[in-house]
Design a protein around this ligand. Structure first.
Ligand SMILES: [Zn+2]
Length: 300
């Protein structure tokens, strides 16, 4: 696994160097033909080269450095215990996969901020959020949540005005407008997703699936960034069929999935990742689609 990442990021690094060099040559040439004095020429060259160096650092070197740090930072034993105790998905992985999963979690926590609003956020809560983010994209090593920077954690569910309280309707949401690039989650509901009581729900995973769905530009229940193009049309048909099953009360998938295709994708994905065995038994057809979309190992 470590070898894989070193290779991947070395390769990325090399591409970055090559692109920067080409850009530098191009701008020196432009400076050469446009500058009227020697002084002007030097000024243009120096300023464009510094801009390219800065761009190179952010685009190529920064992710490489972060990954190197993650690879060289051991995963805390305490965190392992938390995962083993609370995460079925993690328990089922092989030792090598576990190590890889841990690195993905560390990278996620390194690149995204998790902030408690009126509540404290401990390591367990951070891990539960990171796990929920990584589960759907575990089979996609290139994947990064490029559309989010920060996760705000409210003590309980909240309403449209972001007032938190017991009877509020919203458990999680992806922000827009002033809250763009942010996600808000209810702490109480994250914890209860992993308490063993709500076995087919996971509010954090639900919101991350929305982010994945959104990445191709449309929140439409078709995660274009993951799905093999050949499955898009069959998947659309399957979506309609499964939503109509909920409408006719012939499905044990959360009825909220009837709202629209994107909500269906989110609630059904919660069920698929949190209770795969039960999901496979009750929804064999849908299970096949999800195994393909998420490239997840087939259970049992
Ligand atoms: Zn939703």
């Amino acid at each position: 696994m470590n070898r894989y990442y070193k290779y991947k990021y070395n390769k990325k690094n090399l591409t970055g160097v090559a692109v920067s060099l080409l850009l530098a040559i191009f701008f020196v040439f432009i400076a050469f033909i446009t500058a009227q004095t020697r002084k002007q020429f030097i000024l243009i060259v120096i300023s464009t080269l510094s801009l390219i160096a800065l761009g190179y650092y952010y685009l190529s070197y920064l992710p490489v450095r972060r990954w190197k740090e993650v690879i060289n930072t051991p995963f805390p034993e305490k965190w392992k215990e938390i995962l083993l105790k609370n995460i079925d998905f993690y328990r089922e992985l092989s030792d090598e996969e576990k190590e890889y999963f841990e690195k993905r979690i560390q990278y996620f926590l390194k690149t995204k901020k998790i902030t408690g609003v009126g509540t404290d956020v401990d390591d367990k809560l951070k891990l539960l959020i990171a796990v929920s983010a990584i589960m759907p994209v575990f089979a996609f090593p290139e994947f990064e949540y490029t559309n989010i920077d920060e996760i705000l954690v409210y003590p309980e569910s909240f309403d449209e005005e972001y007032n938190s309280g017991n009877e509020k309707r919203i458990l999680g949401m992806v922000g827009d407008g002033a809250m763009n690039r942010m996600m808000i989650l209810s702490k109480k509901d994250i914890l209860s997703s992993f308490s063993g009581k709500r076995t087919t729900e996971n509010v954090a995973l639900h919101e991350f699936v929305h982010l994945i769905d959104k990445m191709d530009g449309a929140v439409d229940g078709i995660p274009g960034i993951l799905i093999n193009k050949a499955y898009t049309l069959p998947w659309l048909k399957e979506l309609k069929k499964e939503i109509s099953k909920i409408k006719h009360r012939k499905s044990d998938i959360n009825p909220y999935g009837m709202t629209n295709k994107s909500e269906f994708l989110a609630v059904a994905s919660e069920y698929f990742f949190m209770s795969p065995v039960k999901f496979k038994k009750n929804h064999p057809e849908l299970y096949k689609y999800f195994s393909k979309i998420y490239r997840k190992k087939v259970v049992g």
